[in-house]
Design a protein around this ligand. Structure first.
Ligand SMILES: Nc1ncnc2c1ncn2[C@@H]1O[C@H](COP(=O)(O)OP(=O)(O)O)[C@@H](O)[C@H]1O
Ligand SMILES: [Mg+2]
Length: 313
């Protein structure tokens, strides 16, 4: 089966007055067809750059990618017909209603009028947008607006949807409503490439994930296979009756507000839990979360903000 995306040594360097940034550095991996794929990484990791290149909005500096079997450098027309993208922080036209926005998008893509109406009505029903169909999109809440944007690309005949951080900045309830909307694409067996810096979101929605860090591909695969690669697969939280020095021999220790977080192996996990119970201190043991794996791999949490690194040339 042709992968939805086959990224082949993709690199991108942005050059500007006074410096340059390598946003992607020799990135190679495949995205399977017919599933939701999560591209994760903190701000500045290169996620949007990857989407813009594979969405044929931007040329790579070197390397290439095949999207649905077509080369991004030479066959962008073939690709554009088959994909639909919701860019990061995109804001729909302010003077349009939900219906007008979806209709306008579909007509722009060349869909004829009866088909446009039919698909628009179907998607409004499916996503439960009936009560906002004649309201101005500018008056909707952030969550409703993002759902309308997802509805717009879902209503299209694109077989491959690109969603760049569709839930960033939304409250937890609105995020889950957008997740439900994205779920409809999977039911249609369409491919979705989703970027996010929320690991719970990536894990809830995607069959496979790739983690970018500073333009490099750090890990890739199913959540289970990513978990299996971790050296210290257990997390133990302990209260402040322990010192970091005492815990250091058991694994890797990180500070918490009221104690410590220890990453460790199974044998050491058992030992420390027993010792803690004997001491009468608070202890909790669980398998590592994806967030922990990220912390182990890159040493900082995923949602931590960092300044873009500018290299002098
Ligand atoms: N047009 C641009 N010009 C210069 N640098 C850019 C441009 N777009 C992105 N960058 C830089 O490239 C890096 C990757 O950015 P981006 O792909 O937007 O990451 P993400 O979407 O993961 O936050 C960052 O360091 C960013 O500052
Ligand atoms: Mg981005």
């Amino acid at each position: 089966m042709t992968p939805a995306i086959s990224s082949q040594h993709l690199s991108k360097t942005y050059k500007f007055k006074g410096g340059s940034v390598q946003a992607l550095d020799d990135v190679s991996f495949d995205i399977p067809e017919g599933e939701t794929y999560g591209l994760i990484g903190r701000n500045g990791a290169g996620k949007t750059t990857f989407l813009r290149i594979t969405g044929t909005l931007l040329m790579p500096t070197s390397g290439t990618a095949l999207v649905l079997g077509f080369d991004i450098r030479t066959e962008e027309r073939e690709i554009r017909k088959r994909i639909a993208m919701v860019p990061q922080e995109s804001r729909p036209l302010y003077f349009a209603t939900t219906e007008q926005l979806i209709d306008g998008y579909l007509e722009m893509r060349g869909m004829e009028r009866t088909e446009t109406r039919r698909r628009r009505n179907d998607v409004i029903d499916e996503l439960g947008l009936g009560d906002v169909r004649r309201r101005l999109v500018s008056r909707l809440s952030g969550g409703q607006r993002r759902r309308v944007m997802v509805a717009m690309v879902l209503a299209s005949d694109a077989e491959f949807l690109f969603l760049d951080e569709p839930t960033t900045g939304l409250d937890p309830i609105a995020r889950r409503e957008v997740w439900a909307a994205i779920g409809h694409a999977t039911r249609d067996r369409r491919t979705v490439l989703l970027t996010t810096h929320y690991l719970d979101e990536a894990e809830a929605l995607s069959a496979h994930l790739a983690l970018l860090e500073a333009g490099r591909l750090r890990v890739e695969g199913s959540p289970e296979s990513i978990r299996a690669r971790v050296q210290l697969p257990y997390r133990v939280t302990l209260d402040s009756s322990w010192s970091a020095e005492e815990l250091a021999s058991y694994g890797t220790v990180a500070p918490l507000v009221n104690g410590h977080l220890l990453f460790t192996r199974e044998k050491e996990a058992r030992e420390i839990v027993q010792a803690a119970l004997k001491r009468g201190s608070q202890v909790a043991l669980s398998p590592v979360t994806l967030e922990d794996i990220f912390l182990q791999l890159v040493g900082r949490p995923l949602d931590e903000e960092t300044e873009a690194q500018v290299e002098e040339t």
